[in-house]
Design a protein around this ligand. Structure first.
Ligand SMILES: Nc1ncnc2c1ncn2[C@@H]1O[C@H](COP(=O)(O)OP(=O)(O)OP(=O)(O)O)[C@@H](O)[C@H]1O
Ligand SMILES: Nc1nc2c(ncn2[C@@H]2O[C@H](COP(=O)(O)O)[C@@H](O)[C@H]2O)c(=O)[nH]1
Length: 194
């Protein structure tokens, strides 16, 4: 029987740089990137089925009730969830999968998929997190404040994860995440040592 793929989860507070780091990681390593469902409105330039599956709250609720999500959570007034079927298909086919999700959902994955490798991306400081979230310019001030309030609690949960990577420079964070992925592949005997 062929080996199953590894389920990687990258989490951390909003604005820490998960999307930025993952874009680079994916440029170095073939991974299936799960496209999440959300009830949030699309931002300028975001496309349905590319950045997210955008849907109404009622549709999201029905999918959740039918067990369609591997995990789901409410974050900053909107629902976010990982569609279960594509993730399981990829893992069964032996391909590694990467989820980029917020902290509550990543905590759920520990119970649902204890074999998953969960990485917490942390900012070098809270002030820098604030700078990044404001600098991105995608949220209104009250949404930024809500996300920062949530981040205070999320940061206390970092020790619950398998790895903590500090996103000081993107280059170093990408290198750390790739090293973790390589080490986990070795641990699960997916890499042949010569
Ligand atoms: N190491 C870094 N140094 C400086 N700026 C960074 C770094 N990493 C990311 N950024 C910037 O911080 C902002 C937030 O990054 P990004 O959107 O990737 O965060 P995120 O964790 O994916 O956010 P969310 O959870 O809200 O989707 C962006 O403007 C990005 O360019
Ligand atoms: N629990 C889940 N969280 C998810 C999922 N997809 C994305 N996210 C996270 O939500 C926040 C907010 O995202 P934004 O696009 O509105 O900035 C961020 O931390 C994402 O990583 C998911 O499927 N489940």
């Amino acid at each position: 029987m062929s080996e199953k793929g590894i389920l990687f989860v990258l989490t951390g507070p909003s604005g820490v740089g998960k999307g930025t780091v993952l874009k680079e990681v994916r440029a170095h390593k073939p991974l299936f990137y799960s496209i999440s469902a959300t009830t949030r409105a699309p931002r300028a330039g975001e496309q349905d089925g590319v950045h997210y599956h955008f849907m109404a709250r009622e549709t999201f609720r029905q999918l959740a009730e039918q067990g369609g999500f591997l995990e789901h959570a409410e974050f900053s007034g909107n629902c976010y969830g990982t569609p279960a079927a594509p993730v399981d298909e990829e893992l069964q086919a032996g391909r590694d999968v990467l989820l980029e999700i917020e902290v509550q959902g990543a905590m759920q994955v520990k119970d649902i998929r204890p074999e998953a490798v969960r990485i917490f991306l942390a900012p070098p400081s809270f002030e820098e997190l604030e700078r990044r979230l404001i600098g991105r310019g995608t949220e209104e001030p009250e949404v930024i404040q809500r996300r920062l309030d949530t981040a205070k609690h999320e940061l206390t949960l970092a020790p619950e994860f398998d790895y903590i990577v500090i996103n000081n420079t993107v280059e170093q964070a990408v290198s750390d995440v790739l090293a973790i992925m390589q080490a986990e592949a070795c641990r699960s005997s997916r890499v042949t040592l010569k």
